[in-house]
Design a protein around this ligand. Structure first.
Ligand SMILES: CC(C)(COP(=O)(O)OP(=O)(O)OC[C@H]1O[C@@H](n2cnc3c(N)ncnc32)[C@H](O)[C@@H]1OP(=O)(O)O)[C@@H](O)C(=O)NCCC(=O)NCCS
Length: 165
C-alpha cells in the first residue's frame, strides 16, 4: 500500500450489480447458490445482503433472511480472512436488524466449523441448540453437501447460535 495506508472497510447493501460476484463466491464456497438450514432450502440468489468493501475490492458477503423480530444470517463469507471483514459485516447486520425491530439474530453453522464457532462466540453469540444429524437430512435436499467438512471432520450436525438484541 502506498505510504502504508490500510484500506478502510465499508459495508454496503448488496445490489444487483454485486450479484454475479456474490453468486460465484457462494458457488465456490458452498457448492451452489442453495443453502439448507433447519430443513428449509434457501435460494441465495434472492436473499438481501451486505457487501464488505476493502478499499475498491469486494471482500465479504453476508446474506440474511429478515422475518419480523427474528432474522437469520443465512451465509457469511470473507475473502480476506483476519482483516476485520467478518467483524464489520456482523456489526452491520446487528445494527440493521436492531434498527428494523429485530430482537433475535440467529444462524446455523455446522459441527465441523470450529473457526465459525470461535468467531461468533467471541462476538456475543450463544450456542442455543444442537440438531444431531440435521446435515445428513439436509444432504437429501442438497446432495452437493460434502460428507467431510473442515479438517476432514464428518459433516453431520447443525448448531444454532443466537444473539438477543
Ligand atoms: C468466519 C469468517 C466469516 C470470519 O471472517 P474474517 O474476515 O476473517 O473475520 P475478522 O477478520 O473480522 O476476524 C477474524 C479474526 O481476525 C482477527 N482480526 C481482525 N482484524 C484483523 C486485522 N486487521 N489483522 C489481523 N487479524 C485481524 C480478529 O481478531 C479475529 O480473531 P479472533 O476471532 O481471535 O478475534 C471467515 O473465516 C470465513 O469466511 N469463513 C468461511 C465461511 C464460514 O465458515 N462462514 C461462517 C459460517 S455461516
Amino acid at each position: 500500500m502506498p505510504g502504508g495506508t490500510v484500506p478502510t472497510i465499508r459495508v454496503l447493501p448488496l445490489t444487483e450489480t454485486d450479484r454475479p460476484w456474490a453468486n460465484a463466491l457462494l458457488t465456490e464456497r458452498w457448492g451452489s447458490t442453495r443453502m439448507v438450514t433447519r430443513g428449509a432450502v434457501h435460494d441465495l440468489t434472492q436473499l438481501p445482503g451486505l457487501v464488505a468493501w476493502y478499499g475498491d475490492d469486494r471482500a465479504g458477503l453476508l446474506l440474511y433472511r429478515p422475518a419480523g423480530a427474528e432474522w437469520e444470517i443465512v451465509s457469511l463469507d470473507s475473502t480476506l480472512v483476519g482483516h476485520g471483514v467478518g467483524t464489520a459485516l456482523l456489526a452491520a447486520i446487528r445494527q440493521l436488524a436492531q434498527t428494523n425491530g429485530c430482537r433475535r439474530l440467529w444462524l446455523i453453522t455446522t459441527n465441523d466449523n470450529l473457526p465459525a464457532l470461535r468467531f461468533y462466540q467471541k462476538r456475543g453469540f450463544h450456542l442455543v441448540a444442537v440438531y444431531p444429524d440435521a446435515v445428513t437430512e439436509a444432504r437429501r435436499l442438497k446432495p452437493e453437501i460434502p460428507v467431510l467438512g473442515l479438517e476432514d471432520i464428518p459433516l453431520r450436525d447443525e448448531l444454532e447460535l443466537e444473539i438477543v438484541l
